[in-house]
Design a protein around this ligand. Structure first.
Ligand code: SAJ
Length: 419
């Protein structure tokens, strides 16, 4: 049976692009979100998130009548759940939104439907979701109850890079973790509607762990680079040169240090592994701790540089201006959420008695968290007038600055731009 109507629950950074891509293939897509404003925005053919090319695809799909948003689930042949899975205190995963999404679709489920969980989730979440669905619909048979179920269920994690979602969504291979082989086959059929990459089938638990593993792999590797940056600073070695040299080895590929690790995934997902296996996940936990400690270390470097500046210039701290370059959570985007650069800028602004300036070419207004203690200035002004420069995000615009324009003697460079 082909899928004529597809419902996406959660119209955020993953759900909305996925909805738009199915609609672009001529499917009738019903997007569901509890945020009424997001629903209204989408139904006007506009978007409430920032992602290159998404606006055009959503606009066209809504204009053709293939994509429609609502706050209440409706009948469909396939349901994809793409809601947030944050963590609570002590880094314990919080599945409350998955539960609410499952319970909201339960009343409209019918024999033959497919339910897919896409949200990053701890191992066992898909089985848990299946239990919630079964409890709500005792009249239907689920994969944990029958080899010939009425409802097919799979876990299929998203793995797209923010900023390149519309390309990666279509081209990346997809891990398909069905609760049975039949569930996997059904889910693969769904993704093949738009996927150019391969559907690689496995079971639900392996697929859940696979998603967590991918982001933990990156976190551990960034932690290695961040730890090297601390050791090199202590040893008087340029970490950027060191990494470039080590990476000349055919089997070495070290990532880049920075002010810490941000975003909504890499700094979160490893904790899901740690929460389930606290005794065993020692390296994964330590990597998180190393990366989370980096902003404070950067502040300490700034304090040392300012102390030196005070001695050399004979000025008071209140007379000196510190300029922070970059606030986004990574280069060439305007997303400031969960950004270590924001964290460092805040630490500096709250500690420093003089002026703190921030340069962020991707925004036009200072974020409220910084407004009280910092000022947004143009790049030129910071280069011409600030006493101490702190490089936090290696945006293209900053890499393009001519070395002759950077005349300050006091620089803390977390990205190796002004090495
Ligand atoms: N970072 C470094 N050094 C590096 C690379 C990254 O410090 O060498 C920092 C970035 O500045 C940023 C953080 O790490 O603060 C995360 O950035 P990222 O580009 O590594 O990843 P995200 O969070 O944008 O997207 C990741 C991706 N996962 C992997 O690459 C394994 C993406 O494919 C996932 O879909 C996404 O998480 C997600 O949604 O889980």
């Amino acid at each position: 049976m082909s899928f004529e109507t597809i419902s996406i629950i959660g119209l955020g950074y993953i759900g909305l692009p996925t909805a738009a891509v199915f609609a672009s293939k001529g499917k009738k897509v019903v997007g569901v979100d509890i945020n009424a404003r997001a629903v209204e925005t989408i139904n006007r053919g506009e978007i409430h998130i920032i992602e290159p090319d998404l606006d055009r695809v959503v606009h066209d799909a809504v204009a053709r009548g293939d994509l429609r948003a609502t706050t209440k689930p409706e009948a469909a042949e396939a349901f994809l759940i793409a809601v947030p899975t944050p963590f609570r205190d002590e880094h314990q995963p919080d599945l409350r939104f998955v539960k609410a999404a499952a319970e909201s679709i339960a009343p409209v489920l019918k024999k033959g439907d497919l339910v897919i969980l896409e949200s990053t989730s701890p191992v066992g979440s898909t089985e848990q979701m299946a239990e919630w669905l079964a409890a709500a619909r005792p009249d239907l048979r689920f994969p944990q109850q029958s080899e010939a179920p009425d409802i097919f269920i799979a876990y299929c994690p998203e793995r797209v890079l923010p900023g390149q979602v519309m390309v990666e969504l279509i081209n990346n291979d997809r891990v398909i973790g069905g609760m049975s082989a039949a569930c996997s086959a059904r889910a693969s059929e769904l993704y093949r509607i738009f996927l150019k990459g391969e559907c690689v089938e496995t079971n639900a638990r392996t697929a859940e762990m696979c998603k967590l593993t991918e982001n933990s792999f990156r976190d551990v590797n960034i932690a290695f680079a961040n730890e090297l940056s601390l050791i090199c600073a202590d040893q008087g070695i340029n970490v950027w040169e060191l990494i470039a040299l080590a990476n000349r080895h055919p089997r070495v590929n070290i990532l880049q240090p920075g002010p810490g690790v941000g975003g909504h995934c890499i700094a979160v997902d490893p904790w899901f592994i740690v929460a389930q296996n606290p005794e065993l996940a020692r390296l994964i936990r330590t990597a998180r701790e190393v990366n989370d400690a980096k902003p404070q270390w950067v502040l300490d470097q700034v304090k040392k540089a300012l102390a030196d500046c005070l001695v050399q210039t004979g000025k008071r701290a209140s007379e000196l201006t510190i300029a922070c370059f970059g606030l986004a959570f990574k280069p060439n985007i305007d997303d400031l959420r969960e950004s270590p650069a924001m964290g460092v800028a805040q630490l500096i602004a709250e500690w420093h008695s003089g002026a703190t300036w921030v340069v962020e070419p991707n925004i036009t207004q200072i974020p409220s968290a910084l407004a009280e203690h910092a000022t947004l200035v143009a790049c030129e002004e910071a280069l011409n007038q600030a006493d101490l420069l702190v490089m936090l995000v290696d945006h293209h615009a900053f890499r393009a600055i001519d070395a002759a324009q950077v005349t300050q003697s006091w620089i803390v460079d977390t990205k190796g731009v002004w090495r």
